[in-house]
Design a protein around this ligand. Structure first.
Ligand code: FAD
Ligand code: SF4
Ligand code: SF4
Ligand code: SF4
Length: 383
């Protein structure tokens, strides 16, 4: 039996899930068990679409279909918060959901705004070193790996390398090297510090799995009583096996997490510095390319309360003007300045490639520094 705060190695007893799962297939088995046992009515997870660069959210009510969601898609830059707000809020259905750190932060923000009730969700968190945008990944694989992106049948990020498998071959290049040349993880992911999502019910990953189970089991940290209950029941039902983690593995996991947090801090300093001395001037210059498509508003998990005010002929913004008056952006930035979670959706989905997440992250970090300073943290004026 596990309790909140415990850690285990876990793996699925279902051969198909074990084979298709990223490591031990524990996440998929837990979701499947939650559905079969009636703990949840549906599971929201992510599955491969057209190819491995295409990550698609999927709502599953048939447990047999959960195996389709097994495996990690590192080019899956999607955020599940907006589909949850749009389709799954406002009723009492219980939902199991797989979340990266940014997904979980977005769900907490939705709850804070009264849009969802987290009591209705079982959140299975994934540790996250970062994701790579699909367009960038295809270009990186062609330019740096010299491989046709359509020939790749598996990608993974392991031991600091981006690794691809194609035909019978595989090739890995260090993420540091890729990022020095402008490839690799999204810029918001480099600055991200939600590496182990301890605010979910369970936090699952590969860091810390060493010894005979390396690559074959999922490291689970139990983060809530709800998470402990699900894991205990799944083990009792025989869908998962667990064993105590190797002490050295726990230590390694802690060291990797710390190294990732320091790297996030390094990227914050780097990126905030690159904004130059005149942040507002840089913002005005970059946003002058805006075509007012509203994608940054539609896809932001925290930006919906002013969305209507920024549409049409509101008091703030005249219709039919492109680029919009700078107030379009300033009002949005002001409104999210204390809550931007640096999820990157605005930037990822802006058709004009405006570095919006960097701007909102810099503004948020500046606010944090002014009102909740933490020793040594980077902000725009402290880099
Ligand atoms: P599986 O049973 O294979 O289940 C995988 C689950 O992940 C499924 O529910 C699937 O829907 C979901 N999923 C797949 N892709 C995405 C996506 N892009 N966004 C949201 N959900 C998705 N672990 C570490 O310890 N260190 C890391 O640096 C790390 N980086 C990661 C980066 C990304 C982008 C992702 C998606 C995962 C990362 N993980 C990392 C977690 C790790 O790859 C495994 O997902 C985890 O160990 C669970 O393994 P499993 O075999 O139990 O999962
Ligand atoms: Fe992962 Fe953080 Fe990037 Fe989200 S923002 S995909 S949690 S690294
Ligand atoms: Fe403008 Fe980009 Fe936002 Fe569209 S997504 S409204 S182009 S800033
Ligand atoms: Fe995410 Fe951009 Fe909204 Fe910040 S402003 S929460 S980075 S979509």
């Amino acid at each position: 039996m596990v309790a909140k705060g415990d850690m285990v190695y876990a793996w699925s007893t279902d051969a198909e899930i074990l084979k298709k799962g990223e490591l031990g297939g524990a996440v998929t088995s837990l979701q499947k068990f939650a559905l079969e046992s009636g703990t949840v009515d549906a599971v929201l997870a992510v599955k491969k679409g057209q190819d491995l660069y295409d990550a698609v959210p999927t709502l599953i009510t048939d447990p047999a279909k959960l195996v389709d969601t097994a495996g990690s898609l590192h080019c899956g830059t999607l955020l599940l918060a907006r589909p949850i707000k749009k389709y799954l809020s406002g009723n009492d259905r219980k939902i199991g959901v797989t979340v990266k750190g940014c997904d979980m932060m977005a769900l907490l923000e939705l709850e804070r705004r009264g849009s969802i009730n987290l009591d209705n969700f079982v959140t299975i968190g994934l540790n996250c070193g970062g994701s790579v945008s699909a367009v960038n990944a295809r270009k990186m694989i062609a330019d740096k790996f010299g491989v046709n992106p359509d020939d790749v049948h598996k990608e993974e990020i392991d031991k600091g390398q981006f690794i691809i498998e194609y035909g019978d071959e595989h090739k890995g290049i260090s993420i540091d090297e890729l990022e020095e040349e402008g490839y690799g993880r999204r810029s918001n992911c480099r600055r991200c510090k939600y590496k182990i999502p301890r605010n979910a019910d369970l936090a699952c990953g590969n860091w810390g799995v060493i010894g005979p189970k390396a690559g074959k089991a999922t490291f689970i940290e139990v983060c809530s009583d709800k998470g402990a209950d699900l894991l205990n029941k799944a083990v009792a039902a025989g869908v998962l096996q667990t064993e105590a983690p190797i002490e050295k593995g726990i230590e390694i996991r802690g060291k990797v997490e710390n190294a990732m947090l320091k790297l996030g801090e390094k990227w914050r300093r780097n990126d905030f510095k690159a904004l130059g001395k005149d942040l507002w001037g840089t913002i005005q210059n970059e946003t002058s390319r805006c075509i007012k498509c509203y994608s940054c508003i539609e896809n932001c998990p925290v930006c919906f309360t002013v969305a209507d005010e920024l549409r049409g002929d509101s008091r703030m913004i005249a219709s039919g003007e492109v680029p919009p008056n700078p107030m379009f952006h300033l009002r949005r930035f002001a409104h999210i300045s204390d809550t931007c979670i640096n999820c990157g959706q605005c930037e990822e989905l802006c058709p004009m490639d405006i570095p919006l997440a960097l701007f909102s992250h810099a503004i948020r970090a500046e606010g944090d520094m002014a009102f909740e300073p933490k020793l040594g943290e980077a902000s725009y004026n402290n880099k």
